[in-house]
Ligand binder design. Structure first.
Ligand code: SAH
Length: 373
């Protein structure tokens, strides 16, 4: 039995005060009772937060004013303040910059499609994984986000959708439902394991215990912390796993995804297979295609071979055209090279498609989140 690596649960430093969304239903009742309030107030608070999606005490009129103030102060402190909102793609993509209690900045991106709405959320402020092509990776890790700081990004976006603030399929603002969540914003979710797992439960538990989003519509994306992938596989969840592979060979991956020096391509793919077997879900492989770096035909062939060997048909490759980040020497591959890459992976027996990139002109696309303000 090897000890769990340190990257699992980095410091508590800077985390905000306890919040309702950090707690299980049982813990909420205990916390309310400990404040000398009737236990059913916990359910009322949960209803306001998880069903009504509000944090405004003025609207919580079913709770007497004196209790309300106290309960809100103790269990619903304001966590994220909206600093800036930028829209693009005809208003269907919205990036929000949030400030936490200690001044930390994080971003989330809401993308509305004709048939669904996806929120890309952050699990850490900054990131410690140091992938050289990713904007977030350049600044290092500031701190983990608390469970409630993760959940609150989702609550806010669910309210935006419900209130019809983004254009619907016919181009005019219309109510909709936040349907999908991807942990593809700032941070490495599996390096903040405990809090991310609790956030997944809060996001997916039926209201008013949680936000009631389907587990199958939640994607946890990771650089490939193999032991944490296996641990997640054993949680009995139905969430989708995405692995940021970016190349099938260790030599290049050691550079593109430095944590590969700790867990190699083989170890990562073995853990991904375990995840697929345990959950019955196909694993997504993320592949940011970088001109002249990882876009060679032989790499496409090798990718298909390695994935077939490890995952058989339990895999799908998402090619992401590289979004160049400031100061980076790298660029996206030319379209013909991209097409040939995708063709070869498919020809090799592995499903492969190109991910559409939203939010490019507002620095909201994959790997561009840096919260510079
Ligand atoms: N740390 C997690 C989740 C955050 S990044 C992970 O690495 O999976 C979400 C995805 O965007 C990852 O696949 C990441 O490699 C990719 N990405 C990062 N920077 C990018 C860039 N500049 N262009 C395209 N994709 C990028």
């Amino acid at each position: 039995m090897t000890a769990l690596p340190l990257v699992f649960d980095a410091p508590r430093r800077g985390l905000p005060q306890r919040h309702l969304a950090d707690l299980t239903v049982a813990e909420r009742a205990e916390a309310v009772a400990a404040l000398g309030e009737k236990p059913f107030r916990a359910k009322q608070l949960s209803h306001h937060y998880f069903s009504r999606l509000t944090v405004d005490p003025a609207t919580m009129t079913d709770i007497p004013e004196a209790s309300r103030q106290r309960l809100v102060d103790e269990l619903m402190p304001s966590l994220l303040t909206q600093v800036k909102v930028v829209d693009c793609d005809g208003g269907t993509t919205r990036k929000t910059l949030w400030r936490a209690h200690d001044g930390t900045l994080v971003e989330s991106v809401l993308m509305r499609y004709p048939d669904r709405a996806t929120l890309c959320i952050s699990s850490q402020a900054g990131c410690g994984m140091a992938c050289p092509f990713c904007a977030t990776g350049q600044g290092g890790l500031t701190r983990n986000l608390s469970t409630a700081e993760i959940v609150d990004q989702v609550r806010a976006a669910a309210a935006v959708m419900r209130d019809g603030l983004l254009p619907g399929p016919d181009g005019t603002p219309a109510p909709g439902r936040l349907s999908n969540i991807v942990f593809m914003g700032m941070g490495e979710p599996l390096a903040n394991y405990k809090r991310v797992l609790a956030a997944v439960r809060r996001i997916t538990d039926p209201a008013p215990a949680g936000l009631g989003i389907s587990q199958r519509s939640v994607t946890v994306s990771t650089v490939g912390l193999a032991p944490a992938i296996r641990k997640l596989a054993d949680e009995g969840l139905q969430v989708r796993l995405a692995v940021s592979l970016h190349t099938p060979d260790d030599e290049l991956r050691d550079e593109l995804v430095p944590v590969n020096n700790r867990w190699s391509v083989d170890e990562v793919l073995r853990a991904a297979r375990y995840y697929a077997d345990r959950t019955g879900r196909r694993v997504s492989i993320e592949y940011a295609l970088i001109r002249d770096i990882n876009d060679q035909p032989w790499r496409a062939d090798l990718l298909a071979e390695r994935l077939r060997e490890h995952l058989g048909r339990l895999v799908h490759v998402n090619v992401i055209p590289l979004n160049p980040t400031p100061g980076s020497k790298w660029d996206a591959s030319p379209k013909p090279v991209e097409r040939e890459f995708v063709r070869r992976v498919n020809a090799g027996g592995v499903a492969c498609t190109v991910r559409d990139t939203r939010g490019q002109e507002i620095a909201a696309a994959c790997g561009q989140l840096a919260a510079e303000g």
